[in-house]
Design a protein around this ligand. Structure first.
Ligand SMILES: NC(=O)c1ccc[n+]([C@@H]2O[C@H](COP(=O)([O-])OP(=O)(O)OC[C@H]3O[C@@H](n4cnc5c(N)ncnc54)[C@H](O)[C@@H]3O)[C@@H](O)[C@H]2O)c1
Length: 454
C-alpha cells in the first residue's frame, strides 16, 4: 500500500517511519525545507528514541521518502494522512489553518479513491469541514474521509505507535473503512483492538482520552499538596490508589503540572467545543484551573523554600535577587526535546523577574529552549550547571538525573539546596548527603520516623 503523511513533526514523522517499518510504502511531505533536507541527508530533526534507526533503515530500503512537493506526494496514495499542527488560539479553540491549507493543496492532486485521513487532533466537525474544503477546491475529486487520532507519547513515540493500547478509526464510508482496516491489519493480527466508528466519535475520543489523563495528573498534584499540608506521603498514597485496578497506576506521579503540546491545548479545545455545544464540561474546566493554580503555587513555594534553606545555612540575604539558580531539565518531560508548555517556560520568567541568574542544562532540549529563553546561561553537563549555584531546581525526570553523584555535586554548589519537582530521590537519602532537599507531597523522612520509632 502507498501512504502519504503530510507534516513531518513529532506525530507525522513517527507515523511515516512506523508505517514504513511494517512494510508500507511511505512518502512524508512537509513545507519546512530545512526538515526535509535534514531527513534526506539522514538527520532526524527531533529528538525521539529509536526514531533515527527506523527512519534510516526504511529510507535505505526505499520504503520511506521525503519531499517538500506536497501535491506530487499524494499522487498514487491509497491514503493521505494529515499530521500538521493544531495549536491553541487565544480563545482556546485549535487553529485549523495548517489542516485547511493542506486540504487546499492536495485537493486537485488526489487520485480517485484516495482516503484522506485527519491524524491531527481536531474538534468534532473538522472532518466534515476538511471534506467541504476538498470538494470546494476540486469539485470533481473522488475521495473518502477518515479520522485516525494519534495517542503516542513523545519520548516513547515509536514504541507507542508500534504497540498501541488501541487504534481508533473514524470512517465516512465503506471504502475508507476497508482501506483503514487494511492499513492497520498487522496490528489487529497482533491482538490490538481496532475501534472503528464514525468520524465525529473518533474526533471526540481523542479529546476525551487526553482530558481524562490530564485530570489524573491534576488530581495527584492536588493530593501531593494535601499530603504536604497534613504530613502524608504522596508516593505511598499514589502506589496504594494505583493498585486499585479501577484506578490504575499510570499518570499518578506528582510534578509541576501537565505541559507539552497536547494536554494544555486539548483540554482547552474540549471546553471550547463543549461550550459551543451548550454542554459545558465542568470537570475539564476544573482540571485546567487546577493545573494553572498548581504551577503558580509551586513558584511561590520554591521561592519560600529556597529562602528558608538559605536562612538555615546562614546566608545574610535570602532574596532570589543576584542568586544563581541551576535548572536540571527544561523539556516538558524526559526523553524529548519538546519544550512546548513546559514548566520551565513558567518558572524561568518568574525567577528572572525576581533578579535570579539562571544556568540551565537539559540533555536534549537546549536548542529549542535557547530560541525562547536566550537570556539563560546554557551549560554542558549536570556538573557544569550545578558548580557554584546557590540552589538547584530539577524540572525534568531525565533517567540520567537519577544516577547523579549528589555528594560530589552538592559539594561544588555554593549552597547545597535542591527542589526536586519530579520526586526523583528519597528525601532521607538526600538529607543524609547534607542537601536541603524539597520535593512534592513527601514531608521529610516520614518513612524513617514511622519505622525507626519504637
Ligand atoms: N506531539 C504529540 O505528542 C502528539 C500526540 C498525539 C497527537 N498530536 C497531534 O498531532 C498533530 C501534529 O502534532 P506535532 O506535535 O507532530 O506537530 P509538529 O509541530 O511537531 O509538526 C507539524 C509539522 O507540520 C508541518 N506543516 C505545517 N503546515 C504544513 C503544510 N501546510 N503542509 C505540510 N506540512 C505542514 C510543519 O512544518 C511541521 O513539521 C497535532 O494536531 C497534535 O495535537 C500530537
Amino acid at each position: 500500500m502507498n501512504i502519504t503523511v503530510i507534516g513531518t513533526g513529532y506525530v507525522g514523522l513517527v507515523t511515516g517511519a512506523c508505517f514504513a517499518h511494517i512494510g508500507l510504502n511511505v512518502t512524508c511531505a512537509d513545507i519546512d525545507k530545512g526538515k526535509i533536507d535534514a531527513l534526506n541527508a539522514g538527520r532526524i530533526p527531533i529528538y525521539e528514541p529509536e526514531l533515527e534507526e527506523i527512519v534510516r533503515a526504511s529510507h535505505k530500503q526505499g520504503r520511506l521518502d521525503f519531499t517538500t512537493d506536497v501535491p506530487a506526494a499524494v499522487k498514487g496514495a491509497d491514503a493521505v494522512f494529515i499530521a500538521v499542527g493544531t495549536p491553541s488560539m487565544a480563545d482556546g479553540r485549535p487553529d485549523l489553518t495548517a489542516v485547511i491549507a493542506v486540504a487546499r493543496t492536495i485537493a486537485p492532486a488526489l487520485d480517485p479513491e484516495t482516503v484522506v485521513v485527519v491524524k491531527s487532533t481536531v474538534p468534532v466537525g473538522s472532518g466534515a469541514y476538511v471534506e467541504r474544503v476538498l470538494r470546494e477546491t476540486a469539485p470533481d475529486a473522488v475521495f473518502s474521509m477518515a479520522s485516525n487520532p494519534e495517542f503516542l507519547r513523545e519520548g516513547c513515540a515509536v514504541q507507542d505507535f508500534l504497540n498501541p493500547d488501541r487504534i481508533v478509526v473514524g470512517v465516512g464510508d465503506c471504502h475508507a473503512r476497508d482501506v483503514m482496516t487494511a492499513i492497520y491489519a498487522p496490528f489487529g493480527q497482533d491482538g490490538v483492538p481496532v475501534v472503528v466508528t464514525n468520524i465525529p466519535t473518533a474526533e471526540l475520543i481523542k479529546y476525551a482520552a487526553n482530558a481524562f489523563l490530564a485530570a489524573k495528573v491534576a488530581y495527584i498534584n492536588e493530593m501531593a499538596n494535601l499530603c504536604d499540608a497534613v504530613g502524608a506521603d504522596v508516593d505511598q498514597l499514589s502506589r496504594a490508589i494505583g493498585l486499585d485496578e479501577r484506578i490504575g497506576p499510570a499518570f499518578l506521579k506528582p510534578g509541576p503540572g501537565y505541559g507539552g503540546s497536547c494536554f494544555p491545548k486539548d483540554t482547552l479545545a474540549l471546553t471550547a467545543l463543549a461550550h459551543e455545544a451548550d454542554c459545558p464540561v465542568r470537570i475539564v474546566e476544573a482540571v485546567i484551573s487546577s493545573n494553572t493554580y498548581h504551577i503558580r503555587r509551586l513558584v511561590s513555594r520554591i521561592e519560600a523554600e529556597f529562602a528558608a534553606a538559605w536562612t538555615e545555612r546562614g546566608y545574610g540575604d535570602t532574596k532570589l535577587h543576584g542568586k544563581t539558580v541551576a535548572l536540571l531539565g527544561l523539556a516538558f518531560k524526559s526523553n524529548t526535546d519538546d519544550i512546548r508548555s513546559a514548566a520551565s517556560l513558567v518558572i524561568v520568567p518568574h525567577l528572572l523577574r525576581r533578579g535570579a541568574r539562571i544556568r540551565a542544562y537539559d540533555p536534549a532540549a537546549m536548542d529549542n529552549a535557547r530560541a525562547l529563553m536566550p537570556e539563560l546561561d546554557y551549560c554542558e553537563s549536570e556538573a557544569d550547571v550545578l558548580a557554584g549555584a546557590d540552589a538547584a531546581l530539577l524540572l525534568t525526570e531525565w533517567p540520567q538525573f537519577k544516577e547523579l553523584d549528589w555528594p560530589e555535586l552538592a559539594s561544588s554548589m555554593a549552597a547545597p539546596v535542591l527542589f526536586d519537582l519530579r520526586n526523583l530521590y528519597a528525601p532521607s537519602t538526600m538529607a543524609e548527603m547534607g542537601l536541603a532537599y524539597f520535593s512534592l507531597g513527601r514531608p521529610a523522612a516520614t518513612e524513617e520516623a514511622l519505622f525507626s520509632a519504637r
